[in-house]
Design a protein around this ligand. Structure first.
Ligand code: ADP
Ligand code: MG
Length: 276
């Protein structure tokens, strides 16, 4: 790969939207793989009990596998659960197992219940450029742990009716966490997913999202692509499943834009690279 400027400090990016099916997991794994292919060292933290991000990265996550549950509830070091992702150099995953479904309740009675992931990340000593946290479709203690651990929130938005509905609640939670627990937290990035520019609805929603969020919205949007939706069933990201597909190229470009913004370089869409 061509290589991109690396951030001075690890960027911890929380991928959140309490609506299900908007492309959180797809965005997490494909952006992470793209950033790794661009030369970064990247960790995906799977914080959804469904373990879809782990599956999509080809990471074993049956009930016996050491997982993010052990980190959050049993205080196991993060390094003990991180696995390298096959086929993508520089990409790692802390998997989720089904145990995590109980963590939402188990965390309630633990000390520092909101900051257990933050502590685990702070104690992780391997050098990383990015940590991407895939959140469940809810605003419970798991998502709160992610918001306390991160500096940035990335909101994937699917361009359909009611796309913005419910986001107010996420934004209020971001404000609450910023005010009480994590002053650095901010919404840095909005990404339009499953975008079909040929439909009037999609372009209307995109315009509404750009009016609402302004510069936070990446210039690059992710098209609806069958290759993107097929890749997880092969335990692969679209970047290795079909590297030349429009889906793969769009995630590579979104990753480039995200990386350039992180070092304050203005992104010029007319200079889009169609590849690594
Ligand atoms: P979430 O994590 O927000 O619930 P997912 O990432 O699991 O959402 O995506 C929901 C569904 O949409 C999945 O079946 C996924 O494969 C599919 N999907 C996501 N992004 C795209 C895309 N760009 N093109 C086609 N299908 C997509
Ligand atoms: Mg998901």
């Amino acid at each position: 790969g061509e290589g991109l400027p690396r951030p001075e400090q690890t960027r911890v990016i929380v991928v959140a939207n309490q609506k299900g099916g908007v492309g959180k997991t797809t965005t997490t794994v494909n952006l992470a793989a793209s950033l790794a292919l661009h030369g970064g060292r990247v960790l995906v933290v799977d914080l959804d009990p469904q373990g879809n991000a782990s599956t999509a990265l080809g990471i074993d996550h049956h009930a016996e596998v050491p997982s993010i549950y052990d980190v959050l509830v049993e205080s196991k070091p993060l390094a003990d659960v991180v696995q390298p992702v096959p086929d993508v150099e520089g990409l790692f995953c802390a998997p989720a197992t089904i145990d995590l479904a109980g963590a939402e309740i188990e965390l309630v009675s633990l000390v520092a219940r909101e900051s257990r992931l933050q502590r685990a990340i702070q104690s992780y000593e391997q050098p990383l450029d990015y940590i991407l946290i895939d959140c469940p479709p809810s605003l419970g203690l798991l998502t709160v742990n992610a918001l306390v651990a991160g500096q940035e929130v990335l909101i994937p938005i699917q361009c359909e009716y009611y796309a913005l509905e419910g986001l107010g609640q996420l934004l209020r939670n971001v404000d609450l966490v910023r005010g009480h627990l994590n002053p650095a937290l901010h919404v840095s990035t909005v990404l339009l997913t499953m975008y079909d520019g040929r439909t009037r609805l999609a372009s209307q929603v995109a315009e509404e999202v750009r009016n609402h969020f302004g510069d936070e919205v990446l210039r690059t949007s992710i098209p609806r692509s069958v290759r993107i939706s097929e890749a997880p069933s092969y335990g692969q990201t679209v970047l290795t499943y079909d590297p030349g597909s429009s889906g793969a190229l769009s995630y590579l470009e979104a990753a480039r834009e995200l990386a350039l913004r992180g070092v304050g370089v203005r992104y010029d869409p007319t200079q889009a690279h169609l590849g690594v």
